[in-house]
Design a protein around this ligand. Structure first.
Ligand code: ZN
Length: 410
């Protein structure tokens, strides 16, 4: 008999009540509460009080204060909602055939982005909005409560602005990735001028971040630096796709420019790891190394060296990198189980990377990523008595309920 059988199941009837009344709600019957706070507290037989969109109280279930409504989880584990800090959700079409060819032995190069660019340009606003909304809902249904997404399949001033607007309607944070690829047939220097000038200006109202695909076949260090410096001058935070397909300058450039995150990081030398670690030993926020294991598996790249990075003192994030070419999944639970089973992380380290790590990569860790009084009430209740089940039962549907900003979202 599982521990869940000792308790009444949660009443599905309280879902509309929670949605309708955002007063105070007591969430109790929590067998294990993983806070991911600074003390790494894990509470047993715990409860949480949510008031409006905030966490108002955390403590033992037998000491709870009064609340307007009660939700009994019946002995289930709760952790912070996932913070997915790296997705590319604004796209149409899929690249299943390219994936199949890759699994049959073809190698991955950056050029497939052009295929998605063509398909996405052909999709009208309503089609694209519906596709993005359904992908965000998939993510929320799997426990994601804060999600970043990017442009980068538009690659013209008009299309990048359209994608940025659609992204901003659906995501919590939006990144301008005009420097994803020089579109097929375009002159590289002319395209770069466009990205740094009219394209940046057109997307600016919709985005908080800028990103560059700093990789052989995409943009070199000089071009990447130029784009990012202009974006920083326009008030955007910086992030970089780097060191994915081979050794490269992405990590060093990210640290040099105080980027919030460098993402992929599959191919690192000692100097790269040292630079990232040094960014965390000085004042202020450092550069997060964001690992994308679903992408590594889909491209049959070596998994990013998350263990080595953590041991060196680098803040690590896990993200889905959902995109049609190299990682067509929004499952953060899959990333967490992979990190535990194949990358040498403990469950606690993997969950931290998928919550606090992602929040730090988006520099919103004062607001989300951990369960603490005063923070946004983003909770993920599992269909399991303990969070270790995420890795112990990989691939199982373990999301029981999700609260986002205090409201039931799944
Ligand atoms: Zn990406």
């Amino acid at each position: 008999m599982s521990p869940l059988d000792h308790h009444e199941p949660a009443d599905p009837a309280d879902r509309p009540a929670d949605a309708a009344r955002p007063g105070s709600t007591l969430i109790t019957g929590i067998s294990e509460l993983t806070t991911q706070d600074a003390e790494h507290r894990v509470l047993h037989d715990a409860a949480v009080v949510v008031e409006e969109d905030r966490i108002a109280w955390i403590g033992p279930a037998d000491e709870v204060p009064a609340a307007d409504a009660v939700h009994d989880l019946g002995g289930r584990a709760v952790l912070p909602g996932w913070v997915d800090s790296h997705t590319h959700l604004v796209f149409a079409g899929d690249r299943g055939a390219e994936f199949e060819a890759r699994m049959a032995g073809d190698s991955y190069s950056a050029g497939g982005i052009g295929v998605t660019m063509e398909a996405t340009r052909c999709a009208d606003d309503a089609t694209l909005e519906a596709l993005v909304a359904s992908r965000v809902q998939d993510a929320v249904d799997g426990g994601t409560t804060f999600l970043e997404t990017k442009t980068g399949y538009g690659l013209s001033v008009e299309e990048e602005a359209r994608h940025a607007r659609i992204a901003a309607e659906a995501a919590d944070a939006v990144t301008f990735l005009g420097a994803h690829l020089v579109p097929p047939g375009a002159d590289a220097a002319e395209y770069l001028d466009q990205v740094r000038g009219p394209m940046l200006e057109a997307v600016r109202p919709h985005v908080q971040w800028a990103d560059v695909f700093c990789e052989r076949g995409a943009f070199d260090a000089g071009a990447s630096r130029a784009v990012l410096q202009d974006c920083a001058a326009a008030g955007l935070g910086l992030r970089i796709h780097g060191n994915q397909l081979g050794p490269g300058p992405g990590v060093q450039l990210a640290v040099e420019l105080d980027a919030a995150s460098v993402d992929h990081v599959n191919h690192l030398d000692d100097a790269d790891v040292e630079a990232l670690a040094a960014s965390w030993s000085s004042e202020g926020a450092g550069t997060v190394a964001t690992c994308l294991p679903a992408c590594d598996l889909s491209t049959r790249q070596p998994l990013a060296p998350a263990r080595r990075l953590l041991d060196a003192g680098v803040e690590v994030a896990l993200a889905s990198n959902c995109n049609p070419g190299t990682s067509y999944t929004t499952s953060m639970a899959f990333c967490v189980s992979t990190a535990v089973l194949q990358m040498g992380l403990s469950l606690h380290e993997a969950v931290r990377a998928a919550t606090v790590g992602g929040a730090r990569a988006l520099r919103v860790d004062d607001e989300v990523g951990s369960l603490e009084v005063g923070k946004r009430a983003d909770l993920h209740a599992l269909e399991a008595p303990a969070a270790i089940h995420l890795a112990y039962r990989p691939g199982m549907p373990l999301t029981h309920a999700v609260w986002r900003a205090g409201r039931r979202a799944a």
